[in-house]
Ligand binder design. Structure first.
Ligand SMILES: Nc1ncnc2c1ncn2[C@@H]1O[C@H](COP(=O)(O)OP(=O)(O)OP(=O)(O)O)[C@@H](O)[C@H]1O
Ligand SMILES: [Mg+2]
Length: 325
């Protein structure tokens, strides 16, 4: 069953002279229980896409296109209705829990809050449920965590608390925006395993935003590769990673450190740097940095070309890039 169908999603932000398009025609679907990885370099529009799904885009931004969630259109939904969905049916986990958690409120009370708000629980019942949730995300000492203020927990513990807060109302979709970037590798692996486990047991769908292709490869059924506000390639993870038909995805794959490379070894990087969003012209945002650039790439947006198994690439040369990755 399709849980989420995003069609031609745009996010425009007014600037001095004209509107700037931060997300340009994002299209993807998610079934119940599925996980979608959204990858791309900094500034590609990953967070803006995630925020738009939650109705949390910047105040002046205009969202266009369609976001159908559980059969309901979210674009244009009034704030009251959106608030009832947010934190209940769709929940978000942020990169740095320290900024998402209230520093002055005990962790247990914060985890309890959505239960009071959306489930109409009494504070007391919600407090008991919060303790259960903190144990469920395998915090070593859930009672201590419930009584603690956010700064008294480690980074990994805070992220577990954020996850407990996100799953309290049994959301059907969890959006995790770089949930582990601030954590060291071991803690990162444990948090990702926790999310995998929760998804398996509850059937929730997951959108995992990351700039790390290895994280997405290990944890997501499908992947969307973003650049300059466009989803340049999407499809089943193994197809996109092993038979990419997009030069940007291929460049990202090549920029990965070699397996087994010594720590601190230099990453290969993609030559050039991502365009500032104001500089994205009428063509493909990767034109110029791409070794395969044609004249047309500079003058027109690449069309979305569909291949087998739901594999889509936005590239004028997608058909040429056959199985050669
Ligand atoms: N509040 C805002 N107001 C104006 N522009 C913004 C705002 N937030 C982000 N942008 C711009 O929108 C574009 C997309 O940003 P976004 O935060 O979605 O990127 P991202 O892919 O999440 O990057 P990162 O990997 O660094 O988190 C960028 O050009 C950014 O400068
Ligand atoms: Mg971001």
């Amino acid at each position: 069953m399709t849980l989420l169908a995003v069609e031609d999603l745009t996010v425009d932000l007014p600037a001095a002279d004209r509107a700037v398009r931060l997300v340009d025609g994002a299209t993807f679907r998610l079934r119940a229980g599925e996980s979608l990885g959204v990858v791309g370099e900094s500034g590609s529009g990953k967070t803006m896409t995630a925020l738009a799904l939650m109705g949390l885009q910047p105040p002046l931004a205009r969202v266009g296109g369609s976001i159908r969630f559980e059969g309901r259109e979210l674009v244009g939904l009034d704030e009251d209705a959106m608030r009832r969905i947010r934190g209940d049916r769709i929940a978000m986990i942020f990169q740095e829990p320290m900024t998402a958690l209230n520093p002055l409120v005990r962790v247990g009370a914060q985890v309890a809050e959505p239960l009071v708000l959306h489930r109409g629980m009494s504070r007391r019942a919600a407090g008991a449920e919060a303790a259960r949730l903190l144990a469920h995300v395998r915090l070593a000492d859930p009672e201590r965590a419930a009584r603690a203020y956010p700064f008294e927990l480690s980074g990994g513990e805070r992220q577990r608390a954020m996850i407990a807060m996100a799953i309290g109302c049994s959301p059907r979709l969890v959006i995790a925006d770089e949930p582990t970037t601030a954590l060291d590798v071991t803690v990162q692996a444990r948090i990702l395993a926790l999310l995998d486990g929760l998804r398996a047991e509850s059937g929730m769908a997951l959108i995992l935003v990351s700039h790390d292709l290895a994280v997405v490869a290990g944890h997501c059924d499908r992947v969307a590769v973003m650049y300059g506000g466009l989803i340049l390639e999407s499809g089943p993870t193994d197809v996109v990673l092993r038979r990419s038909r997009n030069p940007y995805t291929r460049a990202l794959l090549e920029a990965r450190p070699e397996p087994g490379a010594p720590r601190g070894a230099r990453l290969k990087t993609i030559p050039g740097s991502p365009p500032h969003h104001r500089d994205v012209g009428p063509g493909c945002p990767f034109a110029g940095r791409c070794a395969l650039t044609l004249d047309v790439c500079r003058s027109a947006r690449p069309p979305a070309i569909a291949f087998a198994a739901g594999h889509v690439s936005r590239c004028f040369r997608a058909a040429e890039l056959e199985d050669a990755a």
